[in-house]
Design a protein around this ligand. Structure first.
Ligand code: SF4
Ligand code: SF4
Length: 402
């Protein structure tokens, strides 16, 4: 019998599932019955595509009833690690809905553990993930780009190598959405905060952790800690929600207590606006906001982006029906965009339709990875096109020039 050692350590989670199935379809007064897991409507939708079925399959392996196989692995990688299942599950520790019970499931932790076991067994990750991780081992990014090209976005800016606040740029921004890096840097500078950056920064390791390559993630984390220490940073700020979750929640598990504070850029900018250090111009506009899963459900940063948007005079924020802990994932996370690109776009189309339904002309978010997938889906479907923009870029356009 094959042993899944990482899952075995969490076997009480696999035993905690009551099987009621809110993780597939749940009822909320504001929404009626709705599909919780993005996999249900965008895959064949059989049980193992969503949390209850995944947990049943894991239990089957722990009990020796089934063996891990390529088919099992493929289904386990059909998950964006969005955490929507955890947000509705009555044994997940969520205060408003948890039953009085000692049972407990942290769904994404369990699914990442099974992926780590699959990697150790040679059944994971998916073929495209392997190519990406091999590249990240050599060039420290998952985008098949040269490391030395990472700081092209900074051209014309005088960058500091040491400062209290270090801007961890991640990979999606510098290689795929460089304007967002420029906008973060420029908005902070307008508030009098010079951000340090380092050409030695490597990928945060999020993709490695999400698809189960813990060894690579640990190497990347150790390297980045040295970079942060060299910069003498007291605060690390990220604009990518995936980097934020990884540095804030995963690094302490890998490296121990961190000697600095970790902020998402929306938290930093909200402080600066509240201190009166950023003044914004007036202009009537209706916008909506997409909660990135790794910022919202994973780290509970819901209000800072909204406060920032609301600080722009004349801007009206209208919520999508699914917002905050109930938000629909953009479809890209957990290695889905790289391994199953059509699935990622299909989920993003549903999210764009929800944004369009609000009547807003602009869909703001706070993660370049979400914005990229939503933009890709919009570009291929003109009827769904809503302009997608990062909150930092939105603020930069509205900065009052002194
Ligand atoms: S994972 Fe949670 S919501 Fe889903 S069936 Fe199990 S106990 Fe119910
Ligand atoms: S984490 Fe998201 S995609 Fe994965 S099973 Fe849960 S709801 Fe579905």
């Amino acid at each position: 019998m094959v042993e899944l050692r990482h899952v075995k350590a969490l076997s009480s989670m696999a035993q905690s599932c009551s099987g009621i199935g809110d993780c597939r379809t749940a009822y909320r007064q504001a929404l009626g019955w709705y599909g919780v897991c993005p996999m249900v409507d965008h895959t064949p939708g059989f049980e193992p595509y969503y949390a209850r079925g995944k947990i049943r399959a894991i239990r089957g392996i722990l009990e020796g009833k089934i063996e891990p196989s390529e088919g099992f692995a493929r289904v386990m990688y059909h998950c964006t690690t969005c955490g929507a299942c955890k947000a509705v599950c009555h044994v997940s520790g969520v205060a408003q809905i948890t039953w009085p019970t000692s049972k407990y499931i942290d769904h994404t932790r369990l699914f990442e553990a099974v992926r780590t076991d699959l990697v150790e067994l040679g059944l994971g990750p998916m073929p495209r993930h392997r190519e990406i991780l091999d590249w990240a081992r050599r060039e420290h990014n998952p985008y098949m780009e040269k490391h030395e090209d990472k700081f092209r976005w900074a051209s014309g800016r005088e960058l500091r190598s040491r400062a209290d606040v270090f801007f961890f740029t991640g990979c999606t921004g510098p290689y795929r959405m460089p304007a967002v890096c420029q906008d973060v840097y420029d908005v902070a500078a307008a508030a009098g905060v010079s951000l340090a950056v380092s050409p030695d920064e490597w990928c945060c390791g999020s993709i490695a952790l999400r698809v189960g390559d813990r060894g690579l993630a640990e190497t990347l984390a150790r390297h980045n800690l040295e970079v942060f220490e060299k910069a003498e940073a007291k605060t690390i700020v990220t604009h990518c929600a995936g980097c934020y979750r990884t540095i804030k929640k995963d690094y302490p598990e890998i490296l121990g207590e961190l000697p600095f504070e970790v902020l998402h850029v929306t938290e930093l900018l909200a402080r600066l606006v509240e201190d009166g250090r950023l003044e914004l111009t007036e202009g009537e506009l209706t916008v909506t906001y997409h909660d990135p899963c790794h910022l919202g459900r994973h780290c509970e940063v819901y209000e800072e982006p909204r406060r920032l948007i609301g600080s722009a005079p004349g801007v009206k924020l209208v919520e999508m029906k699914r917002n905050r802990s109930g938000a629909l994932c953009c479809g890209a996370g957990g290695g889905v965009k790289s391994a199953f690109p059509e699935l990622a776009l299909s989920i993003a189309r549903e999210r764009l339709a929800q944004a369009k339904e609000t009547g807003a002309r602009l869909l703001l978010s706070a993660c370049p990875f979400c914005e990229r997938n939503l933009s890709d889906a919009g570009a291929a479907n003109p009827s769904l096109k809503v302009q997608v923009k990062d909150v930092s870029s939105f603020l930069k356009e509205r900065l009052k020039m002194k």
